[in-house]
Design a protein around this ligand. Structure first.
Ligand code: TYM
Length: 333
């Protein structure tokens, strides 16, 4: 690992899927290599929200990341829109990316649905901006949840084609870095066939960073399960998506293996399992929530952190942006 980069959209609440699939892995990677993390506020333009809400959300997400353990003294933390190189490189890469590649992205297909004519161009071009985000920093690793894998693979295709078309080695071809187990794709608490997501209309489907201890316990108590007792072998959870999800979440939160957990619960029902899971989640989330509520109020401190992060990111991104401009003949120097 030589350089780590990842980002998150600053829309809505941070949830357990974001924490297990991405943020807590970012936190650990800070010990391994220089890290760059950003709030993808340009990406969030594909949803229309009022200006003041967007400003508030960027600060709130910065506070949530710091509360989770992202250390702005060690890592570069910034808002995407403060670093113009992202939008500039996106435009250059629009010359490389193909309509067919973007049309095949599952996120585009899901979010635009049947109304392709009415979808924003930003929603369609979203993966090209994501490629620019990544390629600017030449990262060796991009830690993400499984749902982002397709976008990182597209980034690889764009990098390879750009390097080939220009006969240069402008971009490092990045690797998606997806974790193992349930953490890579945490599922909804209401439906084991849907991923846990910010946009699910049911708040009972996810555990949010802002939930109180009682809310967390209630969400786990009401989480969908099946009537069978727990098996001793994780293989036997394959056809039981809700059970697999809950056992996998406990494993990810405590660091235990699923096998070790099932050895303790074999033959028991969810009445015994759920309180243990709820307690583990409260132990994980309540200290993060407390720090978050503290940090969130200090707007000047958050702005200072984001301003400094932007300055560092501008310097980090400059050489690659210049190299990309030279490779296509946009720089006279
Ligand atoms: P976003 O904001 O949807 O999610 C942030 C991170 O959380 C992961 N994640 C999950 N992991 C496991 N289980 C889940 N249920 C779950 N839900 C979300 C996501 O995989 C992601 O790692 N397009 C990106 C933001 C982005 C980005 C980038 C990421 C923009 N540019 C460059 C990496 C590199 C997004 O919308 O993530």
């Amino acid at each position: 690992v030589t350089r780590v980069l990842s980002g998150i959209q600053p829309t809505g609440n941070l949830h357990l899927g974001n924490l297990l699939g991405a943020i807590l892995r970012w936190v650990r990677m800070q010990d391994e290599a220089p890290c760059t993390f950003f709030l993808a506020d340009l990406h969030s333009l594909s949803d229309h929200i009022p200006a003041e809400a967007r400003r508030t959300q960027v600060r709130a997400m910065a506070a949530a990341l710091i509360a989770s353990g992202i250390d702005p003294k060690r890592s570069t933390l910034f808002a995407q829109s403060d670093v113009p190189a992202h939008a500039e490189l996106c435009w250059i890469l629009n010359g490389t990316a193909r309509m067919g590649w973007l049309s095949r992205m599952t996120q585009w297909k899901d979010k635009s649905g049947k109304n392709k004519e009415g979808a924003s161009v930003a929603l369609f071009d979203y993966p090209v901006l994501q490629a620019a985000d990544i390629l600017l920093y030449q990262p060796s690793h991009v830690p993400v949840g499984e749902d982002q894998k397709q976008h990182i693979e597209l980034t690889r295709d764009i990098a390879i084609k750009f390097n080939q078309d220009t006969g240069t080695e402008t971009f490092t071809v990045p690797e998606p870095f997806v974790g193992g187990g349930v953490a890579a794709r945490v599922m909804s608490l209401r439906d084991g066939s849907n991923k846990m997501s910010k946009s699910d209309p049911s708040d009972m489907s996810r555990v949010n960073l802002g939930d109180s201890d009682d809310e967390i316990a209630a969400k786990i108590r009401k989480a969908r399960t099946d009537p069978e007792p727990l098996p001793g072998d994780p293989e036997l959870l394959k056809e039981r998506p809700e059970a697999r999800n809950l056992v996998g979440i406990l494993a990810a939160v405590t660091g235990e293996s699923e096998t070790a957990i099932l050895a303790r619960f074999e033959g028991q029902g969810f009445g015994a399992f759920k309180p243990v899971l709820a307690e583990a989640l409260v132990a994980l989330i309540s200290p993060i929530r407390a720090r978050y509520q503290e940090l969130e109020r200090d707007t000047p401190a958050l702005d200072r952190i984001l301003d400094e992060g932007a300055e560092q990111a501008i310097a980090l991104a400059a050489p690659t942006l210049l190299a990309a401009k030279r490779a296509v003949g946009l720089s006279r120097r």
